[in-house]
Design a protein around this ligand. Sequence first.
Ligand code: AMP
Ligand code: ZN
Length: 465
Amino acid sequence: MDLRFYNSMGRQIQAFVPLRAGKAGMYGCGPTVYNYAHIGNLRTYIFEDVLRRSLEYSGYEVTHVMNITDVGHLTDDADEGEDKMEKSARETGRSVWDIAAMYSEAFFHDTDRLNIRRPTIICKATDHIAEMIALVSRLEERGFTYEAGGNIYFSIDKFPAYGKLALLDNQELMAGARIEVDKGKRNPHDFVLWFTKSKFENQTMIWESPWGRGYPGWHLECSAMSMKYLGEQFDIHCGGIDHIPVHHTNEIAQSEAATGKSPWVGYWMHGEFLLMDRGKMSKSKGGFLTLDRLVEEGFKPLDYRYFCLGGHYRSQLKFSFDGLASAASARANLIERLSRLERGRPAEALGSAASDILRGFGDDISEDLNMPRALAGLWNLLKSQDIPDWEKLAVVTQMDRVLGLELLQSGDEEALDAGVTALIEERLAARKVKNFARADEIRDILKGQGILLEDSPDGTRWKRI
Ligand code: AMP
Ligand code: ZN
């Protein structure tokens, strides 16, 4: 199956050609764990999950890396404001480490319930300070940095390709309109690689570095960790569309400047925003909806997944409880129709009508992940009078590998099982890349949830204790 994706770099749909045949390396910017994820954030992670599942459906072996931002993300993406983690700690009287642990756990609880598969590698910024320092040193050696007022900056004037992702032109760069003036910056778009002058008292997250005790700039972690786990050049980088002008633009500049290799990433894919009636949903501005809130209102997490699949990932999607209710009733209707189908399966090939629908489904995925059309295909399948029940079930089983709607199972027990299965998968992947610390951590997490893992030559089994 030939996949075609819209590449934000160059703004056109292109055939996906990976660096290594049969393998795809993808990196998605993970959550900043200073608060719960809102359903807008979760929309972006659903899109990334559909991307990963589509690659796997098409036969690729995917290495999916996601970071956890537990240091360095300021309240403004462009180096201004306070560290989000420190602010949350101050406001709640808890330690930054407690805050990070609590919201990371809450995040994965949400993503498990949404049937978002756990990334192959999940990496915390605070565990990769050495890699970040090494990256700054490399940039320093190559002449891309300068020091001012105790901070180390990246000089965008030394990197002529700066801004090509965002299509920033010179005028826009000159204007630097929304960026507050940092007197240390030679160019308003220069960005901090390493802070030693903390803007706030008693910062707890600081480390020794060649430039003094301090902490990394936010953009640095994604370059350092993606290259550590995926190599100096890799296939796909994704995130929300808001990351194009600053975060991803800066990630590209520092990565390509450090390695001298271009392009750093082959395909840039960005999910559009979830909108509320009052405009965009934002974590820092408060007033946002969480998955728990939807559950309190009587919805199932997968109703929200269905709601999101109803919009193309590159279109804005307006959230409303009415829209969510329609999604919930559509999903319930699907499950009900499926439960009425005769389950016996003759050992025959699919007939031409079912094959056509399955092929159409593949085409929908291939053409830039067109999930609304894929859902329409699913409905056509179920409404068809000509396709035998067992064929419908066989096709839905295939489709649900990408849709992830648990259409052939339902009930809370299955949702729990899906969470456990996701963790076991992540543990297996961690062991494969010899990340035994993470593998042990997962075993302990599950033990804490009353689940014991048993490894055997046939795989890993689990039981309740
Ligand atoms: P954060 O935890 O703030 O770093 O954001 C996590 C992800 O959610 C990033 O990829 C953002 O681009 C994305 N995001 C933030 N707000 C929205 C929104 N309203 N709709 C969709 N994605 C969003
Ligand atoms: Zn990032």
